[in-house]
Design a protein around this ligand. Structure first.
Ligand code: FAD
Length: 424
């Protein structure tokens, strides 16, 4: 088994952007080279701005080349919860933005000619317990009634049409969601941003920001850059360089395994429509077929941000989970195992806006493939003085007086969510 991301290992190499001269000045410095930062860089460069991207590791190194590759409609919170929290107008805005985000990915893939196996196969939300079908039915009815949005309920008796398992109790199909190869997408965005004229850097961490009358001085180990604006796009990897964001982002580990390629006929039998699958647990499983017919199976097995040892422990837990669902593949070895860090927030909503002059978009809670791309593009429009939209504008970005960026409470949260999964 290789302890690395299947996606990073199977995407064409990206040229190195290390050891390039840093500019003295930029219109915009973007901190973080994942989907948020690269999509913003691409759009800013197209609009004629001098934009510099600083990536501490290599472009796409973070969650953007390690995720499940599920570009999904909606948000982490269901529409029912959003209606209760925000009322109708705001919920419509948030829902519409999620659909616009998916279109944004589709358009970029096409216009920038990004070869990343993007395909609209839909998603299937699988009911972990029989009573979870009530929640899915309610979501289905609400989406139809309030949003004129079609989804389909699949009863347990017809589950085989979606998944060849007895483990789940039915589910909900949404045909609009898509799948892609995450690392090919991230590297494709980087190439597109470079073509458009963005100034990209690997191996340069923003260490501190100093506000002054002309914007910010961005300090790095290789010198400083005077930036008119700074956009923080660091999500789960947010650090003390931006202390006001560090104490608002909770890094949570998520882990994935990928099997050796299956016989294509067996792969089609397990997941006939090649949909993106996730279930209704708090400690959820998410899984899919890869373009080369592996089963890619993820979950919040350990809950903690990546640490040595957690990937191999999580791989064992995930393999057990995968075989409970698909005992048919007991003899297919695990080929890859890896982890990545999600950016959660205290209200489990993404947050995007401006704080003390610093722009930011983050906190996608495992639902950021489409939204990160969209918000990056919208913030680029905003910084370039064009028309923009931010459905999270004005939302309070909560923190907690007992939190400074080290999530000491995760073991308790993990116990709580495991208990809730058992109870409900
Ligand atoms: C295992 C896993 C599975 C997931 N599955 C899905 C999925 O199927 N569908 C979905 O929608 N979402 C999924 N997500 C979430 C999704 O991947 C993220 O929301 C998205 O990639 C966030 O992109 P980003 O650009 O904001 O952050 P990232 O891609 O994490 O990029 C942030 C970058 O900032 C850099 N950085 C941090 N600090 C500094 C600094 N001071 N200076 C310079 N650089 C810095 C980091 O090195 C990192 O590369 C998953 C995430 C994980 C970890």
């Amino acid at each position: 088994m290789q302890f690395q991301s299947l996606w990073a290992a199977t995407a064409p190499e990206l040229e190195s952007f290390a050891n390039r001269a840093l500019p003295a000045r930029a219109d915009v410095v973007i901190i973080g080279g994942g989907y948020t930062g690269l999509s913003a860089a691409l759009q800013l460069a197209k609009l004629g701005a001098h934009v510099t991207v600083l990536e501490r590791e290599t472009l796409g190194w973070g969650a953007s080349s390690r995720n499940g590759g599920m570009a999904l409609t909606g948000h982490k919170h269901g529409v029912g919860e959003m209606l209760q929290t925000f009322g109708a107008a705001k919920t419509h805005d948030l829902w519409d933005a999620s659909l616009a985000a998916l279109e944004c990915v589709a358009t970029l893939v096409q216009t920038e000619n990004i070869d990343c196996d993007f395909a609209r196969r839909g998603h299937f939300e699988a009911a972990y317990k029989p009573k979870h079908m009530e929640y899915l039915r309610a979501a289905h009815e609400l989406l139809e009634r309030e949003f004129a949005y079609p989804t389909r309920i699949v009863p347990k008796s017809e589950l085989r049409n979606e998944l060849d398992t007895q483990f789940y109790h039915g589910g909900l199909v949404d045909e609009r969601s898509a799948g892609l190869h995450p690392a090919k997408y991230a590297r494709g965005l980087a190439r597109a941003a470079q073509r458009a004229g963005a100034d990209l850097h690997d191996g340069v961490a923003a260490e501190a920001l100093e506000k002054n009358g002309r914007g910010f001085t961005v300090k790095t180990a290789r010198g400083s850059i005077q930036a008119q604006n700074v956009f923080a796009a660091t999500n789960g990897y947010t650090s003390r360089a931006t202390p006001q964001l560090h104490k608002r982002i909770i890094p949570i580990g998520s882990y994935i395994i990928a099997t050796e390629p299956l016989d294509p006929q067996l792969a089609r039998q397990l997941i006939p429509h090649n949909r993106m699958i996730f279930d209704t647990k708090n400690f959820l499983y998410y899984f899919r077929r890869s373009p080369d017919d592996r089963i890619v199976f993820g979950g919040r097995a350990a809950f903690f941000p990546e640490k040595p040892g957690t990937v191999s422990e999580s791989a064992e837990i995930l393999r057990k989970g995968m075989l409970q669902i698909f005992p048919q593949i007991e003899n297919v070895p695990t080929a890859y195992a890896w982890g990545g860090t999600l950016g959660f927030t205290f209200d489990i909503f993404p947050h995007a806006g401006e704080m003390d002059g610093l722009y930011y978009a983050m906190g996608y809670a495992g639902h950021g493939v489409a939204l990160a791309t969209y918000l990056g593009q919208q913030f680029a429009n905003r910084l370039a003085g064009k028309t923009w939209h931010n459905p999270f504008e004005g939302m309070t970005f909560p923190t907690n007086p007992l939190y400074w960026g080290k999530p000491w409470f995760l073991p308790f949260a993990a116990l709580y969510y495991r208990f809730m999964d058992w109870l409900y």
